[in-house]
Design a protein around this ligand. Structure first.
Ligand code: SAM
Length: 260
C-alpha cells in the first residue's frame, strides 16, 4: 500500500468500505461517464480502482474491442473481468504511458496524494488527443454542514469524528480542499474543463451514513487521539439510527478534455 493513503485495503473493514463507496457514488459517476459517451473499442484507465465498480461499468461501455486497465496499489478487491486488466502499482511512480487512453477515471484518489499535481500532468500525457480525464474528490472543508438531524450527542460525536479523521488524513498529505481547486488545476494542466458538485441526503442505516462508522472501525486506534470511546460509540449508533439524517461530503467531479 502506498505510504500516504490513510486507509489499508488489507483490513477486514476495507472490503466493506470500497463496496459502500460504490453504493454511495456509482450512480453519480455513471451519469457523468454516460454523458461523455464511451465508445466500443475505447482504451480506459481507472486509477485507484478500489472495488472496480467503475472499471466494470466502463468495461461494459467499451465492449467489444475496448479495454479497461484498473490500477491500484492493493487491487485485492477488484473482481476479474474479461475486458479489465488488473494492474498492481503505485500511481505516483507507475508508468502511465503516452497518448494511450481515450478516458482516464480517478475517484477519491488525488485528494489523498501529496503528488496530486504531478500525477495530473502524467495523466494528461497518458490521454490521447481528444481524450477525457474524469476526477472526482470529496470536499472535506465543511464537516459542520453535513448532519441535518441528530441528537446533540450524535452531532457532537460526528463533528469530533470528522475533525479527527480529516486531521489524520491531512497529516499524511491528504488535502481536504483539493476538490475545490480541481477545476483550476485541471485547466493549468492544459485541459478544457467542466465540473459539477454532487451530494444527496442519507439517513442512518444507509450507505452514506454507514461509511462513517466503517471508516471509524478502520482507524479506531488513531481516532482515539481526538475523540473519546463514548463519542465513537455514539457515532456508530447514530450512523445506524434512521432518525439521523444528512449529507455526505460534497463530491466535486471535474471532466477535462485534451485538445484533439
Ligand atoms: C478511497 S479508495 C477509492 C476506490 C474507488 N476509486 C472508489 O471511488 O470507489 C482509494 C483507492 O486508491 C488506492 N490507492 C491509494 N493510494 C494509491 C496509490 N498511490 N497508487 C495506487 N492506488 C492507490 C487504494 O488502494 C484504494 O483502493
Amino acid at each position: 500500500m502506498a505510504d500516504s493513503y490513510l486507509f489499508d485495503n488489507a483490513t477486514a473493514e476495507a472490503a466493506r468500505q470500497v463496496r459502500l463507496l460504490a453504493r454511495i457514488l456509482d450512480d453519480h459517476s455513471r451519469d457523468v461517464l454516460r454523458g461523455i459517451g464511451p465508445k466500443p473499442g475505447w482504451q480506459c484507465l481507472d486509477l485507484g480502482a478500489g472495488a472496480g465498480s467503475v472499471a466494470t461499468f466502463l468495461a461494459g461501455q467499451v465492449a467489444p474491442g475496448g479495454r479497461v486497465v484498473a490500477l491500484d496499489s492493493d487491487p485485492r478487491h477488484l473482481a476479474g473481468h474479461d475486458q479489465i486488466t488488473v494492474r498492481q502499482g503505485d500511481v505516483t511512480t507507475a508508468d502511465l504511458g503516452t497518448e494511450e487512453y481515450d478516458l482516464i477515471h480517478a475517484r477519491l484518489l488525488f485528494m489523498h496524494l501529496p503528488q496530486r499535481e504531478e500525477l495530473l500532468v502524467r495523466a494528461v500525457a497518458a490521454l490521447k488527443p481528444g481524450g477525457h480525464l474524469v476526477v472526482s474528490d470529496w470536499d472535506c472543508t465543511r464537516p459542520e454542514d453535513m448532519l441535518l438531524t441528530a441528537t446533540p450527542e450524535v452531532a457532537d460525536a460526528f463533528l469530533a469524528f470528522q475533525r479527527t479523521i480529516i486531521g489524520l488524513g491531512a497529516a499524511r498529505g491528504m488535502d481536504p480542499a483539493w476538490a475545490r481547486r480541481l477545476p483550476a488545476a485541471m485547466r493549468t494542466a492544459g485541459l478544457r474543463v467542466s465540473a459539477v458538485v454532487h451530494n444527496r441526503y442519507w439517513t442512518g442505516g444507509e450507505p452514506g451514513m454507514q461509511l462513517h462508522a466503517c471508516n471509524s472501525r478502520q482507524l479506531e486506534p488513531a481516532l482515539l487521539s481526538g475523540m473519546t470511546p463514548t463519542q465513537l460509540r455514539a457515532l456508530r449508533d447514530g450512523m445506524e439510527d434512521p432518525a439521523v439524517g444528512g449529507y455526505t461530503y460534497p463530491m466535486h467531479t471535474c471532466v477535462g478534455v485534451r485538445a484533439g
